[in-house]
Design a protein around this ligand. Structure first.
Ligand code: RP5
Length: 264
């Protein structure tokens, strides 16, 4: 299985997100206290498509104009994070709670600071295997059908809406188990913009809707949770799915073999 999730910038430093320049090399475990303005000068990148989605250009349409203003001083909200108080630099930019990533700006993330998402993890046993609803992202990686929270939306509602939009599966996740809440290592993360998520696990039985890829997903379907498949998932999804599998083991008393077969 591939390297599991660590709370640092493994994916951010080793996988290049769309349009990103090379990052400045930052040794593993570097913190903001280890770098100073004179020694740390990373490249800066915010995609034009994010600048064009500036909410101030069309405040009546926050669905399409979802991005923060270019000027961080115009954001108009306190920066929040599940990781605790957000550190702000001398120019007012929020700083990644896990330390420098070697790239400043927002990249292709819309918000300065935390970009909040939710991830639905729907599992079911079929033909003796533990399976999960997964999608293929437009970039080709297998992933959870998660996505960004809309303003004012509960995270269970986000997870449920994204599940429907990306796979056509409709499930109420109000009673799903929150298996993770916090920072996630995503290739898009930068020094000033990063992903945080709430991951909800629901184990179902006899749930066989017609799955259909939608939104930015290319494919949607049930996938066997082999260790190899879990390890190949996008961003921190391997970690989130492992926590859900642990929850399923706890609930059922079963365990899982390397190829995803249920051992009772
Ligand atoms: C990941 O990015 C989160 O875990 C979530 O699945 C996803 C949200 O981004 P989009 O799918 O909306 O691009 O870090």
């Amino acid at each position: 299985m591939k390297e599991m999730y660590r709370e640092t910038h493994i994916k951010a430093r080793t996988e290049k997100a769309e349009g990103y320049p090379e990052r400045l090399f930052v040794p593993e475990g570097t913190t903001w206290d280890d770098v100073s303005e004179s020694t740390y000068n990373p490249p800066q990148y915010t995609a034009q498509k994010i600048i064009d989605r500036n909410i101030l250009l069309n405040p009546e349409n926050p669905k399409d104009f979802y991005a923060d203003p270019v000027e961080v001083s115009l954001v108009g909200r306190e920066f929040q994070s599940y990781e605790g108080e957000v550190r702000i630099d001398e120019n007012g930019y929020p700083l990644n709670p896990k330390g420098p990533t070697g790239l400043s700006g927002r990249g292709i993330l819309g918000k300065w600071g935390a970009n909040f998402a939710a991830d639905p993890i729907i599992t079911q046993v079929e033909d003796g295997y533990l399976k999960m609803i997964a999608i293929k992202r437009s970039t080709g990686e297998d992933a959870l059908p998660g996505g960004m929270a809309d303003p004012g939306e509960s995270r269970q509602a986000t997870a449920s809406r994204e599940l429907d939009e990306e796979s056509s599966a409709q499930l109420n996740l109000d009673d799903a188990v929150l298996v993770y809440q916090g920072y996630v290592d995503d290739p898009r993360n930068t020094d000033n913009s990063w992903m945080e998520t709430d991951a909800y696990h629901l184990h179902v039985e006899g749930f066989n809707p017609q799955l259909k890829a939608g939104d930015d997903a290319k494919e949607a379907g049930w996938k066997i949770l082999s260790q190899e498949f879990i390890g190949s998932l996008y961003a921190s999804h391997a970690h989130l799915v492992t926590l859900a599998v642990n929850n399923w083991q706890y609930l059922t008393g079963n365990s899982l073999s390397e190829d995803g077969r249920v051992k009772s």
